[in-house]
Design a protein around this ligand. Structure first.
Ligand code: GLA
Length: 681
């Protein structure tokens, strides 16, 4: 039975119990005199803002010394927001320890792998293992929770902020000692650690716990199994910080949902593990407007965040309405793009669209970060966009609480990501995202919505499972993938999968050892392709022109699989690039290279068709198509108008009229159509 404070239906309800989609953003009233607050609240009402995140970086304003709290200003702003009908996501304010705490306990400051202590003066400068930091954060979280858990504006608790951002691991002596304790719990004996880390290699055997340290800077490659455990430990240490604060909140309040904001494809945090501690998953979305495929990156991160929460609705916690301040060149979003990406998140399951931040700062290092209320004020294109999106989101309130379904699961595991990208591998060009993104993009272009699935999860809800560069796999998930295929499942496995076990030790007997029978082949050798080079692929699937592969290829011995695509190697003759193997009722494909875009799409289309995976729309024609709660979202992220054939007329929810069956989606425009008007009008 779920112990979550929220697990279905709308995440947010107003004081009458009516569900709504959230619209608003981080609000930092502490940066402004109180007379500005009154104007803020009036403008929020004008913009349709109904929820703001308060207090994320307020520690020094809330507490000026041990036990010395100043809650008056927060009382006043929460009351003011409430009187205007604006609800609150309240932060525990622990992300940035104040100067007085660092002065009293300088050991709170984190240390890099090179032994440099980082200084006070920016943010998130704490060692996750520091007992002083943890105690002070727990005390503040408890004080905030005690004071506000009954506040009528409160709708969500926001613990910390972007855990792992800036400092994801600390290498100081306090961390070293915690690392040893973590290892004692995982392995029990020093001998087990030596065995897991293969320390007979390069004379690395440990004879006492005290000899073990974090992977500080070494002359050459540090032990990869140690580094993998340190990555696990570092994620767990930060998670402990969250759990400590969570316990303080739950001591006084069991009903308001708790979140912390993830960062999409952010490597240091094992978000599948973290999500178990949250009632709702949320994430901060900052795709680069300079990237023509920014919308694919944000779609992927949205699907990932939804999947972390087991398919429940989630929350877009932050995005920039236009430019950020932290890239070397900060492009603004194109007109309409703020709306398109906000509605994209809602299409993919978000319970609203929030921004960083409400009002643009006038000082500090984020003063050039865009905001809903820009420096120029309300006479601006951006403000007009903010106001009109607020109206549209209010009109979509009936979507709150509905879910998105998918019949394709992409296997995703943070432990694999850490292990895959260690040094001393066949190619350091092989990064997880390099493989994942082209696969995701191919499915996106076909109009197929995917879930991300942890390899330990039940695979049976999916018609098709894809394993991209799943280098590390435990015994039990490896076996369950094989069983899934035998029971009639379909799987596409890519190169460099099934190579090592949980300790980063090679699985012997021919790669990928756990699945040679499933795939009907053995990989004998890896043949990475140098950057800039390609191999030519041919086969019926790609037509007479064939295609190319890059990054990787392999020498494969077939043991029952059929070759669908092959490449010509001047030394080795024809070699399999894509194979197919039927086993019992299932089909297993193996892809040994990274195909060009067109070839990838052709492969994925064949795999989806064979697996009976149906896209949201047969011909998306360059438009993003997603179905949520009976609504078909059509988003044109491109600069050209796109024609769509819906087959039958639909009700256009934003235009409030019947449209189609053939319709045009203008550049950067969004249409949301449904079989009928909500409420059946
Ligand atoms: C992160 C943080 C915010 C802000 C934005 C700027 O998402 O959580 O406080 O710094 O970045 O893009």
């Amino acid at each position: 039975m779920s112990t979550r404070a929220w697990s279905e239906g709308p995440l947010f309800r107003d004081s009458d119990g009516i569900g709504f989609l959230a619209y608003g953003g981080d609000y930092n009233p502490e940066q402004w005199p109180e007379d500005v607050w009154l104007q803020d609240v009036e403008l929020m009402k004008l913009a349709g803002v109904n929820l703001v995140t308060v207090g994320v970086f307020s520690w020094s304003k809330l507490q000026s010394g041990p036990g010395d709290y100043n809650f008056g200003w927060l009382d006043r702003i929460l009351d003011l927001l409430h009187s205007a009908g604006i609800m609150v996501d309240l932060a525990t304010a622990t992300a940035s320890p104040p100067a007085w705490l660092v002065e009293a306990h300088p050991e709170i400051l984190p240390m890099t792998e090179f032994g440099t202590k980082l200084s006070f003066g920016s943010r998130q400068h704490y060692c996750p293992s520091s007992p002083q930091y943890r105690a002070a954060a727990a005390e503040l979280a408890a004080a905030v929770a005690n004071r506000y858990h009954n506040h009528p504006a409160l709708r969500l608790w926001h613990i910390g902020n972007e855990y792992g951002c800036h400092v994801s691991a600390c290498y100081c002596d306090i961390s070293a000692s915690s690392f040893r304790n973590w290892l004692r719990k995982r392995y029990g004996t020093l001998e087990a650690v030596n065995s897991a880390w293969g320390t007979d290699f390069w004379s690395q055997r440990y004879t006492s716990w005290a000899q073990i340290n974090p992977p500080r800077s070494t002359p050459t490659f540090n032990n990869p199994s140690l580094k993998l455990d340190f990555a696990r430990f570092s994620s767990d240490e930060l998670l402990d910080c969250l759990l400590i604060e969570r316990a303080e909140i739950r001591r006084v309040d069991q009903s308001v949902p708790i979140t912390t904001n993830f960062m999409g494809l952010f490597r240091p945090i094992d978000a599948f593990k973290w999500a178990e501690a949250l009632d709702v998953t949320s994430y901060d979305s900052y795709p680069d407007p300079a990237d023509d495929e920014a919308h694919i990156v944000s779609a992927l991160a949205s699907d990932l965040t939804r999947s972390l929460g087991g398919g429940r609705p989630w929350l877009l916690m932050e995005q920039a309405p236009s430019a950020v301040n932290w890239r070397s060149i900060n492009l603004s979003r194109a007109p309409g793009q703020y709306r398109a990406l906000s509605l994209q998140a809602i299409a993919r399951g978000s319970e609203g669209a929030l921004c960083f931040q409400w009002r643009a700062s006038r000082s500090g290092s984020e003063k050039f970060h865009s905001a809903m209320l820009p420096h120029v004020g309300t006479e601006s294109r951006l403000w007009n966009e903010v106001v009109s999106l607020g109206k549209e989101i209010a009109d979509l309130a009936d979507i709150a609480g509905s879910t998105v379904s998918s019949s394709v699961g992409i296997l995703f595991d943070w432990e694999n990501w850490w292990a895959l990208e260690m040094e001393s591998h066949p190619s350091s060009d092989l990064r997880l995202v390099e493989v994942l993104l082209p696969i995701y993009r191919g499915l996106f272009e076909l109009g197929v919505t995917v879930d991300f699935v942890h390899p330990g999860q039940d695979l049976n809800p999916y018609r098709l499972i894809i394993a991209p560069a799943l280098y590390l796999i435990g015994d039990s998930p490896a076996a369950s993938l094989a069983t899934y295929v035998k029971a009639g499942g379909n799987v596409l496995v890519t190169f460099f999968s099934g190579i090592v076990d949980d300790e980063d030790h090679i699985r012997l007997g021919g790669y990928p050892a756990p699945w040679t029978e499933t795939l009907g082949l053995v990989v004998e050798e890896f043949l990475p392709i140098p950057s800039g080079a390609t191999v030519t692929m041919s086969g019926d699937l790609l037509g007479p022109l064939g295609g190319t592969g890059r990054l990787w290829s392999e020498e494969i011995r077939l043991k029952g699989a059929t070759v669908l695509l092959s490449y010509l190697d001047e030394w080795r003759g024809d070699r399999p690039a894509l194979t197919e193997h039927h086993i019992c009722d299932g089909t297993a494909w193996y892809l040994s290279t990274l195909p060009d875009r067109e070839s990838m799409r052709a492969i994925l289309q064949m795999v989806c068709e064979t697996s009976d995976v149906t896209p949201a729309l047969a011909e998306p024609n360059g438009v993003e198509v997603v179905i949520r709660g009976g609504n078909l979202f059509l988003i044109n992220h491109t600069k050209i108008p796109r024609r769509i054939d819906l087959g039958v007329p639909f009700f256009d929810r934003l235009g409030n009229t019947m449209v189609g069956p053939v319709l045009e989606v203008a550049p950067m425009d969004v249409l949301i159509v449904a079989a009928a008007a909500p409420g059946g009008v």
